[in-house]
Design a binder for this molecule. Structure first.
Ligand SMILES: Cc1cc2nc3c(=O)[nH]c(=O)nc-3n(C[C@H](O)[C@H](O)[C@H](O)COP(=O)(O)OP(=O)(O)OC[C@H]3O[C@@H](n4cnc5c(N)ncnc54)[C@H](O)[C@@H]3O)c2cc1C
Length: 303
């Protein structure tokens, strides 16, 4: 039996896709097909999908909004679980927010502002999901998820068992978390925000977004900053210093506007982007002795 048909026996077909091009689900707009893609509507369906994948001996991969992913041109074998709109319940209880992983981070930041709650202004221009933001400990302008996190529910990707973790147990660091190491899936997040002045909160969000528009190549597909910030330095400055601004491999380019961003300047393949990443790493190492590490997560297989 085909893999899709086997999943269709146990999961709702309306949220199950076959040979789904990953370029439609990543902000880089590259990536070959996922054999099967499923968007669960909650924990129960997520657990069902994971258990079925285990029974079939089929690998599973969790993604959120695909805004920090580089999926290779051969695509992803097995099951890709996309946590999006279908799994985005959000409840405010005063300053406490209980939110499902598929909620858009930017939308959540907006909802908090509308309620006069401060703490998520930094997140208003980050195009990820709440689950992806937790896994990456997303941050900007001196803010990060860690600062507002109280705890989260995690699902074991093999057994489907759920456990509750405190903020400490999530081990959130600079673009780091327990989830990135263990593969555990965030199914619920508890954040705590503080009461604030709505006008001030909105002004802060607008200021951050204006700064983004000014500095970042937002009119091209990318996955944000390609590289992590090396201790005490800026990746963009090192790349610019190595004379790499504007460098191209195929359709991939080091942004002219912000050298820390590799963009899809048109028709890029994942191979182009990976080759450009390798070139940048090699030249920056030669130029400044700094080994740049990717912030972007690479998934899938070569074509
Ligand atoms: C224009 C642009 C600007 C950006 N600016 C910023 C910025 O200022 N700061 C910043 O930190 N990032 C930034 N990013 C990167 C990206 O938006 C963040 O890393 C975001 O948090 C990723 O969320 P996502 O839902 O898109 O995750 P994805 O890209 O889908 O996944 C990222 C990782 O998280 C894992 N993951 C996703 N969901 C879950 C879950 N529920 N449980 C466990 N693991 C999960 C995936 O397996 C993967 O390893 C930017 C990206 C773009 C395109």
């Amino acid at each position: 039996m085909e893999l899709y048909d086997s999943f269709a026996l146990v999961l709702p077909r309306e949220r199950l896709l076959r040979n789904e091009p990953m370029r439609l689900h990543t902000s880089f707009r590259v990536g070959g097909p996922a054999d099967v893609m499923f968007a669960p509507a909650g924990e129960e369906e997520l657990s069902l999908a994971l258990k079925h994948a285990k029974r079939l001996g089929c690998p599973s991969t969790v993604i959120g909004n695909g805004s920090n992913l580089l999926v290779k041109d051969g695509g992803i074998r097995g099951l890709v679980i996309r946590l999006g709109d279908a799994f985005s319940e959000t409840r405010f209880e005063g300053g406490d927010v209980f939110v499902s992983p598929g909620q858009s981070l930017a939308r959540l930041s907006q909802m908090a502002m509308e309620r006069g709650l401060t703490g998520l202004e930094f997140a208003s221009g980050i195009p990820g999901s709440v689950g992806g933001a937790m896994a990456m400990n997303a941050g900007a302008y001196q803010g990060e998820m860690k600062q507002v996190t109280q705890g989260a529910r995690l699902m074991d990707p093999v057994s489907g068992q759920v456990l509750s973790c405190t903020e400490e147990e999530l081990c959130l660091g600079y673009r780091e978390s327990r989830m990135l190491k263990t593969g555990e899936i965030v199914t619920r997040v508890h954040l705590r925000l503080q009461p604030g002045d709505k006008t001030e909160i909105l002004a802060k969000m607008e200021d951050f977004n204006a700064r983004r528009r000014d500095k970042q190549p937002l009119n091209y597909p990318s996955a944000g900053s390609t590289f992590k910030r090396p201790e005490g330095k800026f990746a963009g400055a090192l790349i610019e210093g190595a004379g790499l601004k504007g460098t191209r491999v195929g359709g991939a380019q080091v942004s002219e506007k912000h050298a820390g961003f590799i963009i899809n300047a048109g028709g890029a393949t994942a191979r182009d982007i990976l080759d450009l990443i390798a070139l940048v790493q090699e030249k920056v190492l030669k130029d400044s002795g700094v080994k740049l590490e990717t912030e972007v997560r690479v998934l899938g297989e070569d074509a």
